[in-house]
Design a protein around this ligand. Structure first.
Ligand code: DAK
Length: 261
């Protein structure tokens, strides 16, 4: 029984998986990530499932990031565990033998954008906003963002987005090649379902063969080593002054005053 994940089966083997924590803009705490992982593992075994559409509940957000209130008090060891859990969900979305589509309306920030980047492609509503604001909190992207963003938009653009932490519109994300298509807000999910059904009616075996090759060919080298490096770097930023200050400032709704430590 999931508290935070709702799955709705649809026609032609298209299922919609919703992250359902709208009161916190679907922020990813440990329970959300754990339930999402279990649900994806279950869907991976279900032969009737062909396409998975991942979305957030409510109109305001896909996912507004990892749960800052939960992360605020994490020790280095807990941060590493948390990063591993997030990585396992992202890797599952990327490698599952189904087609995965991120349907983004509203905010896709931090860990939310990283989950979207792990899907096979992203469809966005005109009101979507993307960003990796981790540096504004004194940390770095920890669910594969340093790896997958540069793959999607190129090294220099990824650096600029990560260093500024700024949010970009759906239109800008389209220009960067981060999202595949942008639709009007009204009727957005109908358009997503049309696209999902178009794929579901093709040969799943062929699509998955292509997916596996595309994933393999797009890896320059050693994704697992990169994931380990990101996880440890993230962990090492926990418990230091800037991480404490950045996250406390968010919770206290004030600007952060970083010391560079
Ligand atoms: N975590 C916890 N609560 C959040 C949240 C988040 N990321 N985002 C929003 N909320 C909560 C707000 O605190 C608020 O709760 P109450 O104050 O009502 O209790 C509620 O959701 C509604 O949000 P707002 O009142 O702030 O709504 P607004 O429309 O005014 O603003 C916003 C929306 C999305 C601009 C704003 O909420 C915002 O800036 N949110 C934080 C966005 C953010 O910085 N996201 C990135 C989080 S950092 C790693 C693992 C993970 C990560 C990195 C490394 N390793 C272990 C290596 C990932 C990090 C992140 O994702």
């Amino acid at each position: 029984m999931s508290n935070f994940i709702k799955t709705v089966p649809g026609e032609f083997g298209v299922v919609t998986v919703s992250i359902d924590r709208p009161e916190a803009l679907n922020a990813l705490n440990r329970s959300v990530l754990f339930e999402l992982k279990l649900e994806l593992e279950r869907l991976a075994q279900d032969q009737t499932v062909r396409v998975i559409v991942l979305r957030g509940s409510g109109e305001k957000a896909f996912v507004a990031g990892a749960d800052i209130k939960e992360m605020q008090e994490m020790t280095r060891g807990q941060a590493i565990e948390f990063s591993r859990l997030g990585h396992s969900v992202a890797t599952l979305l990327e490698s599952i033998q189904k087609v995965t589509i991120a349907a983004v309306q509203g905010y896709a920030l931090g860990g939310g954008m990283e989950l979207a980047l792990s899907c096979d492609f992203i469809l966005a509503s005109e009101k979507a906003q993307f960003g990796l604001p981790e540096v504004t909190l004194g940390v770095i992207p920890g669910f594969g963002g340093t790896i997958r963003l540069s793959r999607a938009v190129g090294l220099n653009r990824a650096k600029e987005l990560i260093f500024t932490g700024e949010r970009i519109s759906a239109e800008s994300a389209l220009r960067l090649g981060l999202v595949s298509k942008v639709y009007p807000q009204e009727g957005f999910f109908d358009e997503v379902m049309k696209r999902a059904r178009l794929i579901a009616l093709n040969s799943l075996g062929a699509a998955i063969s292509a997916k596996n090759l595309l994933n393999e060919f797009s890896e320059s080298s050693g994704t697992n080593q990169k994931i380990d490096a990101e996880t440890h770097q993230f962990g090492s930023l926990f418990g230091v002054t800037d991480q404490k200050e950045g996250m406390a400032a968010f919770v206290e709704k004030r600007p952060a005053r970083f010391k560079g430590l």
